[in-house]
Design a protein around this ligand. Sequence first.
Ligand code: EPZ
Length: 420
Amino acid sequence: MEQYVIKGGNPLNGEVEIGGAKNAALAILAAAIMTDETVTIENLPNVRDINVLLQAIAEIGAMVDRIDAHTVKINGSFIKDVTVDNEFIRRIRASYYLIGALLGKYKKAEVALPGGCDIGSRPIDLHIKGFRAMGADVDIAHGLVIAEAEKLNGTHIYLDKVSVGATINIMMAASMAEGKTVIENAAKEPHVVDVANFLNSMGANIRGAGTDVIRIVGVEKLHKTEYSVIPDQIEAGTFMFAAAAAGGDVLVKDVIPKHLEATTAKLVEAGCKVEEFDDAVRIISDGKLHHTQVTTLPYPGFPTDLQSPLLAVLTTVPGISRIRENIFENRFKICSELTKMGAHIEVRGSEVKICGSRLKGCRLRAEELRGGAALVIAALAADGESVIEGVPFIRRGYEDICRDLRYLQAEIYMEDILSV
Ligand code: EPZ
């Protein structure tokens, strides 16, 4: 069983290079099978969920040639099966992107119901609403989403909630439907824009990604492309919060500063200094921060995926801070682990009230991706040693956070102990 051992109290100093955006790359990998020509994808994050999705794409017959850890070539012309179901794909949320991709290309898909981090009910009703609006029959049976259509027709869809997954999935299917589709109340995340740019590089006709109205004119065929995934603003923000909590001077490289605006604004408000460069941000913190408050919102608001990392920072900041989680209904589970370290947190429904204090290292357990990253941040700021179990959860979204933090002079190492 892999676990991180962290000795807190050291400031972070140095440089960290950010990888490709997991939540863009997962959708791009699914979209890549929509052409019968070869697609090359670069700047792929080498994280567990990516490898699980690539395995599933290979299993249905696509050619998957892993050039290196961060580059893959995919050719969908060899696909012989539209049924995607194995024990690994059932654990990741992004399996649902294969529904939109297969339905768009083959007008049929049978994909295991999505898994993913346990942060709320995470329904897929909006995805299904979109597919049905385009003329598909969609049912859920035997743990599979079964979708089929004589043909997909362009239509006008209003999303009742802003949903990244539904926006991307409908955009994918619509890119090979007949006629024009309009998605209203669309998600505007950078990774939605990245997937639209990727599809357009394959010959799709998508306009308005990044705004709340996306217009797609379906095409018959998509063609080959070479594409590089945008940097991961959540990974970047995680290291920024780690530097804020531990103190220090860190250059976060290979990022798009504009994608980090809400995170940067919050860090400056809390007393950090942040310098922006073309493709990097530098964060300087004396570790003495001011309390603050935040509400998570769809982009360009403060991202829900950085709520737990910010929460970890605020548990060490004197005074009263508050966080309201507007996106997921169960994203405060990490509070019980932080309380073991001496954090003072009151959970009241979708809001937490935090009274900052010194934290003490102890044995902790990660149970989901961003909560696990938050525990690492808290351990870096705590007095003494912490042991964090559940490393596989963290590696779903961070290639090697241990390696990267060691480059920043953190006292952290991974040990693999036999589980008893
Ligand atoms: C994506 O999840 C990301 N995952 C999440 O990142 C991220 O937190 C989330 O977007 C919001 O940015 C991937 O891209 C693989 P949503 P997704 O659809 O698509 C509700 C991480 O840590 N909803 O935008 O599932 C939903 O319950 C992960 O990297 C419906 O009601 O998020 C939530 O309350 C965690 N019906 C809200 O919408 C639907 O059909 C936003 O969810 C779909 C969603």
